[in-house]
Write a protein that binds this ligand. Structure first.
Ligand code: F6R
Length: 240
């Protein structure tokens, strides 16, 4: 694992965006899987800037959405779909046929899961996944207790995820379930980037990176991935 500690969020976002752009230039046509949430927003801004400077073509690759809150769709502020389209896919001009995302309002979850798994295998597996980490160690909606063999599906959300998740929404949604790409598919990615910033993430970063792999800290399953890069600011790295 390569841990890169930088002074602040802006530096993480810029360095990480350059890393991703390098991967895209080296592997056009490959499949990306990016987390929504607050952590990756800075990376998206920097990637879009790189594209405006003609330093990367973000529409040369494909994108599989990582996860979604069951019951929420694009029209719900804070849904993963709304965040990803408004902060990345639309401003980056990614053609619709290059994107596959979950729709939390479509109750045919079995079909959605199969479509996501087919999209992944049709594009040769996930080439690069860029992940944030939850306060409970989740990645995507792979919640504490997840099994390493889980490839994608609907999950019951952990209480911490439900409580912390309120920060994204303008309304008091009562969300019990999520739909997510599973830990198995993420660990199978050719390359994994994990990003964390802020002192509040220091303890869970320590648990995820310094302990043994265990299902109670889903991100710990990434720790011995052969191509894992972790971008941290000094606060998030403070307990390593
Ligand atoms: C979002 C997602 C989540 C977040 C994680 C960190 O699509 O998959 O796992 O990456 O909860 O969230 P933030 O970045 O808001 O701290």
């Amino acid at each position: 694992m390569n841990i890169i500690t930088l002074p602040n969020y802006e530096e993480i976002s810029l360095t990480c965006a350059n890393h991703i752009a390098g991967h895209i230039r080296a592997s056009p046509d490959s499949l990306m899987c990016f987390a929504a949430g607050d952590t990756t927003l800075g990376v998206f801004k920097e990637l879009i800037k790189l594209q405006m400077e003609d330093r990367v073509d973000l529409s040369s690759v494909y994108y599989i959405g990582l996860d979604e809150w069951v019951d929420l769709g694009y029209e719900d502020v804070g849904s993963c779909k709304q965040v990803m389209f408004d902060s990345f896919y639309f401003p980056a001009n990614i053609p619709a046929h290059r994107i596959s995302v979950f729709d939390g309002k479509n109750t045919d979850y079995g079909e959605q899961v199969q479509r996501a798994l087919d999209f992944i295998s049709d594009h040769g597996g996930i080439s690069l996944t860029v992940l944030g980490i939850g306060m409970n160690g989740h990645i995507g909606f792979n919640e504490p207790g997840v099994d390493a063999s889980f490839s994608a599906g609907v999950v019951t959300l952990d209480n911490v995820t439900r409580t912390v998740g309120k920060k994204y929404f303008h309304q008091p949604y009562l969300i019990e379930f999520g739909i997510t790409i599973g830990i198995k598919s993420l660990v199978e990615a050719k390359e994994v980037v994990l990003i964390a910033n802020g002192a509040r993430k220091a303890k869970i970063i320590h648990k995820a990176l310094c302990g043994n792999k265990n299902n109670s800290i889903p991100a710990s399953h990434l720790s011995n991935h052969p191509a894992l890069t972790v971008y941290l600011d000094t606060d998030a790295a403070s307990q390593l």
